[in-house]
Design a protein around this ligand. Structure first.
Ligand code: FES
Length: 114
C-alpha cells in the first residue's frame, strides 16, 4: 500500500512534450521535467511517473515493457517494478522512485518535491 502524499508539498511542472491523448495504454515514454529525466506510463485512464533510470544499474526504464500484471520490466536485468508504488515486485530489494502526476485537460503535470 502506498503512503498518501500531501500534494501541496510539491511544485508542479508541465511535461511540455507530452499530451495525454497521444499516449497509448501500456506505452512507456521518457520526458524531462525540471531538469529531471522522468518516465511516464499510461495504463488505460491512469498515468504514472517515475525516475527514468533503473535503481539497480541505471538502465533506461522506458526501453522496458510491461508484464501481465502491468509492472514495468527493466530491459537490462528484467527486475520488475510496480509503477504506482515503485515496489520491486521480483524481490531484489530496489525501489523505483515515483512522482505524483496529474492530467489537466490533455496536459501532463509532474510534482517535484521542494
Ligand atoms: S539495470 Fe534494471 S534490473 Fe539491472
Amino acid at each position: 500500500m502506498s503512503t498518501p502524499r500531501d500534494l501541496s508539498l510539491f511544485s508542479w511542472h508541465h511535461a511540455h512534450d507530452v499530451a495525454f491523448s497521444s499516449m497509448n495504454s501500456g506505452q512507456l515514454m521518457q520526458t524531462t521535467v525540471a531538469d529531471r529525466a522522468i518516465g511516464l506510463l499510461r495504463r488505460d485512464d491512469s498515468i504514472f511517473a517515475f525516475t527514468a533510470r533503473c535503481p539497480h544499474a541505471g538502465a533506461p526504464m522506458c526501453d522496458g515493457w510491461l508484464d501481465a500484471k502491468g509492472h514495468i520490466v527493466c530491459p537490462l536485468h528484467k527486475y520488475r517494478f510496480d509503477p504506482a508504488t515503485g515496489r520491486n515486485t521480483t524481490g531484489e530489494g530496489y525501489k523505483l522512485f515515483t512522482y505524483p502526476v496529474q492530467v489537466r485537460g490533455d496536459e501532463v503535470w509532474v510534482g517535484i518535491m521542494g
